[in-house]
Design a protein around this ligand. Structure first.
Ligand code: FES
Length: 321
């Protein structure tokens, strides 16, 4: 089922009230309304769109307390080899600077589960801060595995261990070597929900480690798009039920790109399977889901897909487009 989004919701004007360094090339920004009025409510795991100059739109997880609506906090890793959004954010978001955001959306909510394991890599810690607090409030057993090269690239590590003690394991890969999630996640009880956020390899390792575990679901939030040029990204055909077009989607191009090139009006934002803006209804055909928006249950329903990254698992898809 297509979930409602606020991708086209009216932007909110805010200013940067505070800025502080929380790691190497990682700054935390506190955003508040100019009149200090309350911001929209949000649930743990939510993110906002930052509307940067030159029409750059980037999603950042909220890492403040959902009970405090006087401000939102986000943390941004400056990535010079990225797509430009994080560098622009570091350049322009000085204290006092105005910026527009879109209201929070949540594709990474805390599901009901008997217990939780949170696996975070580096800046992937940001959505976990509100999620672990929510798990703690629910009184469910939980633990966190937080990995990075070292403490300088692991923001909030010390705060987490000070607050939650042994529930949080910090893994410094420069010192401890590569993390072994197969060992760390072995023997999880049925009914455990595993949340993973960080580099693609870390998420893949968490998914692989849980693949054979009974009734253990993995929920992932990725920062980068899956590689559409891989050998598993073969060409297929897509029919658009509304516009009446049938298009060929080659290896290395997304349905979104092919539809846009054919003049079909589509909404998109992150174009990496993270924000949910391009969610499109599926009429028929089996989807190869590659986003980090839909839950395992929603994927099984096969009713919608993120056309910026997901593909066809068979020969042909028919979409409500
Ligand atoms: S544009 Fe963000 S999920 Fe497709």
């Amino acid at each position: 089922m297509i979930t409602s989004t606020s991708a086209d919701a009216a932007p909110i004007d805010v200013v940067v009230r505070e800025r502080r360094c929380v790691g190497v090339d990682i700054d935390e920004f506190t955003l508040a309304r100019p009149d200090r009025g309350a911001l929209p409510a949000w649930e743990p795991g939510a993110h906002i769109d930052l509307l940067l100059p030159d029409e750059l739109v980037r999603q950042y997880s909220l890492c403040s307390d959902p009970a405090d609506l006087s401000a939102y906090r986000i943390a941004v890793l400056r990535e010079p080899r990225g797509r430009g959004g994080s560098v622009r954010a570091h350049e322009t978001l000085k204290v006092g600077a105005p910026i527009s955001i879109r209201p929070p959306r949540n594709h990474f909510p805390l599901v009901r589960a008997l217990g939780y394991v949170f696996v975070a890599g580096g800046i992937g810690i940001t959505p976990m801060l509100s999620l672990v607090a929510a798990a703690q409030r629910r009184g469910r057993p939980w633990r966190m595995i937080y990995t990075g090269r070292g403490s300088a690239s692991m923001p909030y590590g010390r705060e987490l261990t000070e607050r939650y003690g042994n529930s949080v394991t910090l893994h410094h890969s420069a010192r401890d070597g590569r993390i072994d999630l197969t060992a760390d996640l072995a023997g999880l009880s049925p009914g455990t929900a595993v949340y993973a956020c960080g580099p693609t390899g870390l998420i893949a390792a968490a998914e692989a480690a849980c693949a054979g575990l009974e009734a253990v679901d993995v929920f992932a939030e990725r920062f980068t798009a899956p590689d559409l040029r891989g050998s598993d990204s073969r060409a297929f055909e897509v029919s658009l039920a509304v516009s009446g077009l049938t298009l060929s989607v080659p290896t290395g191009r997304s349905i979104l790109e092919v539809a846009e090139a054919s003049g079909v009006l589509t909404l998109s934002s992150c174009r990496e399977g993270n924000c949910g803006t391009c969610e499109t209804g599926v009429v028929s055909g089996e989807v190869d889901h590659r986003d980090s928006v839909l839950t395992p249950e929603e994927r099984a329903e096969n009713e919608s897909m993120m056309i910026c990254v997901s593909r066809c698992a068979g020969e042909r898809l028919v979409l409500e487009l």
